[in-house]
Ligand binder design. Sequence first.
Ligand SMILES: Cc1cc2nc3c(=O)[nH]c(=O)nc-3n(C[C@H](O)[C@H](O)[C@H](O)COP(=O)(O)O)c2cc1C
Length: 383
Amino acid sequence: MSKLFEATEINGMALSNRFVRSATWEGMATEEGGSTPQLIALMEKLARGGVGLIITGVANVRSDGQWVPRQLGAFKDEFIDGYKNMTKAVHNEGGKIVMQVAHGGIFARPEITGQIPLVPSELEDSVNWKLRSGRKMSTVGKEMSIEIIQEMIEDFCSAALRAKESGFDGIQFFAGHGYLFSQFLSPVFNKRTDAYGGNLENRARILLEVLKNVRMAVGQDYPILVKINSEDFLEGGLTRDESLKVCVMLCEEGVDAIELSGGTWISGKNIPSRTKITTEEKEAYFQEAAKVFKEKISVPLILVGGIRSFHIADQLVEEGVTDYISMCRPLIREPDLINRWKEGNLAKAACISCNQCLDEGYGEEGIYCVVERKVKEKRNELR
Ligand SMILES: Cc1cc2nc3c(=O)[nH]c(=O)nc-3n(C[C@H](O)[C@H](O)[C@H](O)COP(=O)(O)O)c2cc1C
């Protein structure tokens, strides 16, 4: 049997295989951030489709941190009952589910939140950052005071306690892709001269303080994961060497697993969800970084980014490059991909990495695979 289908555990969270659904904003929460029957049905479908661990789409820890519509929220006790239904649905299918939590920082959208984004540093508005869509990004924000940083740490603790009460099997701090923690880590966004800026220890401080405080709040045996950039792919951004050092610090502070990604939405071709993965050579685009990280970190590694072929996933685990295989877009197109592979149909994931799903998430329906829908429509026409 492939190691991919071995049962494992992460700090006591028993997993039926080594496949992870990487956090995926679904655009299916209520306007405010609560769970919906549509979202629960999707989570249920994913668990039934065989993925061992589902990581939710990102949930804001404060209402001013939202950056996309119908994004989950972890800032209100009123959301807990809805989340209990979500976690129950996944558990009934034999799956596990972890809540991803974050704050958008400079990416938070005032047109959604009605508030000025909280940022590590106020930046020159002349910075010419282009988002994936080609739209110029706003750099307007309000620098976080030490009091606000302390408040934010508390907000992460409250969010983690809500996740635990809701029945999530663990939490994941989103420290990659350019959002708040990632901004603190990156000299491109962090120009502070106090204890939260400057050298790497200072830039990592907020993330480590959150980890320390959340650990105290949720207890030793509650899984805490971190998703982080192997590097930012921005001039002057977080480098691979620095990220590696941060991961070692996270291990020392008691993180239970690290999911390795990379890039930001202003990193040009090196965005986190790269397109045109047309050959096997283009798959698993953070595997070289993973080889370096795996040697230095003492907790399980979860690799994400462009993994499409079963035999590549198998080889990555077999050769010890990573402990877990994480996928996002392939499971949008084929929520039952893992069962398909398990049953012996080892054809590579049907996802063509076109990113149309990202654009569709803004619509009423939330994300879906645009290509798959067209294929189905064509088939129906031909009948
Ligand atoms: C529609 C969509 C939504 C995403 N939402 C999140 C998210 O909420 N949190 C996160 O950490 N990454 C998010 N990502 C990034 C993915 O988790 C993943 O890192 C990236 O797509 C590369 O993996 P893949 O090649 O398997 O898609 C999203 C990507 C897509 C396409």
